[in-house]
Write a protein that binds this ligand. Structure first.
Ligand SMILES: Nc1ncnc2c1ncn2[C@@H]1O[C@H](COP(=O)(O)OP(=O)(O)O)[C@@H](O)[C@H]1O
Ligand SMILES: [Mg+2]
Length: 242
C-alpha cells in the first residue's frame, strides 16, 4: 500500500475573476521509504501539490490518501492531528515563528503532540544538536543565516519522527555548503526509513532521489528513475526557472 497517494488530484484557484488550473489530474503513489523528487518550471503546480498532499489546502477534485486512509475530506482539526503525527513539512521560506526562540520553534510541535515541557525541551535540544545549531538555541530565528534557519526548520519538521517528510525547495535559498548539509540530514532521514518527497530545482538533489516526477502546467509529464528521464534531454532542463 502506498504511504501517500494522489488520485486525479486537481486544484483550480480563482484569481482576479480568472480561473487558474494549478493542478490538473495528478495521479501519484509514493511507497514507504521512497525518496521522490518533484521538478518542473515555476508555476507548474509543485507547491500546490505538496500543500494538497499535506492537507494544508483542499483539492477542487480528486483524492488524497495517507497510509490507506482518504484524508482530503477530513476536518481541519483532524488534518492538523494527522500532520502532527505523520507528516513533517519544510517550507521554502522556513516559516519559523519569529516571536519564539530557535529551541521553542522546535519544541512547539512536540508540545502540540502532547509531550511535557521538560521532555520537549530535551528532545528539541537533541534535534538542534543533530542539525548543528545547538549553540544558537536561545537566539531569535531572524538572527540566523538562511542555512541555519533551514536546519531549524528541518529539526522542527523531524520533531515528531514523521513517516513522511515533505519539503518545498529545501535547498532553494542556500549556498552549496548549506545545501549539502541539508541534503545530508535528509539522507539520514531516509536511512531511518522515512519517506521523502522534495520539490527541487537542483539536479544534484534529484540525482539522489529514487524517482523524479516532472510537472508541467499542472500535469505529470515524466515519472521514473533518473536514468530514463535523463535519456530525454529536455525533460531534465533543471535550473531553468526562478
Ligand atoms: N493562492 C493562490 N491563488 C491564486 N493562484 C495561485 C495560488 N497559489 C498558486 N497559484 C497559481 O497556481 C499555479 C501553480 O502555482 P504553484 O503551485 O505555486 O507552482 P510552483 O510551486 O510550481 O511554482 C501558478 O499559476 C500560481 O500562480
Ligand atoms: Mg513553489
Amino acid at each position: 500500500m502506498p504511504v501517500l497517494e494522489a488520485r486525479a488530484l486537481a486544484k483550480t484557484y480563482l484569481s482576479g475573476g480568472a480561473q487558474v488550473r494549478a493542478l490538473d489530474g495528478v495521479d501519484l503513489a509514493v511507497e514507504r521509504g521512497e525518496f521522490v523528487a518533484i521538478m518542473g518550471p515555476s508555476g507548474c503546480g509543485k507547491s500546490t501539490l505538496l500543500n494538497l498532499l499535506a492537507g494544508f489546502d483542499r483539492p477542487s477534485a480528486g483524492e488524497v490518501w495517507l497510509a490507506g486512509r482518504r484524508i482530503d475530506g477530513l476536518s481541519e482539526a483532524e488534518l492538523a492531528r494527522l500532520r502532527r503525527r505523520q507528516i513533517g513539512f519544510v517550507f521554502q521560506f522556513f516559516n519559523l515563528l519569529p516571536a519564539l526562540s530557535v529551541a521553542e520553534n522546535v519544541e512547539l510541535p512536540l508540545l502540540l503532540a502532547g509531550q511535557r515541557r521538560q521532555a520537549a525541551r530535551r528532545a528539541a535540544s537533541r534535534l538542534l544538536n543533530d542539525v548543528g545549531i545547538a549553540e544558537r538555541q536561545n537566539a531569535a530565528p531572524a538572527l540566523l543565516s538562511g542555512g541555519q534557519q533551514q536546519r531549524v526548520a528541518l529539526a522542527r519538521a523531524m520533531a515528531n519522527s514523521p513517516d513522511i517528510v515533505l519539503a518545498d525547495e529545501p535547498t532553494g535559498n542556500l549556498d552549496s555548503a548549506a545545501a549539502r548539509g541539508v541534503m545530508e540530514l535528509l539522507g539520514e532521514a531516509r536511512q531511518r526509513g522515512q519517506t521523502l518527497l522534495l520539490v527541487t530545482h537542483d539536479a544534484r538533489v534529484a540525482a539522489a532521489a529514487d524517482r523524479v516526477i516532472r510537472l508541467r502546467d499542472g500535469r505529470i509529464v515524466a515519472n521514473g528513475r533518473l536514468e530514463p528521464v535523463r535519456a530525454v534531454p529536455n525533460l531534465l532542463d533543471v535550473g531553468g526557472d526562478e
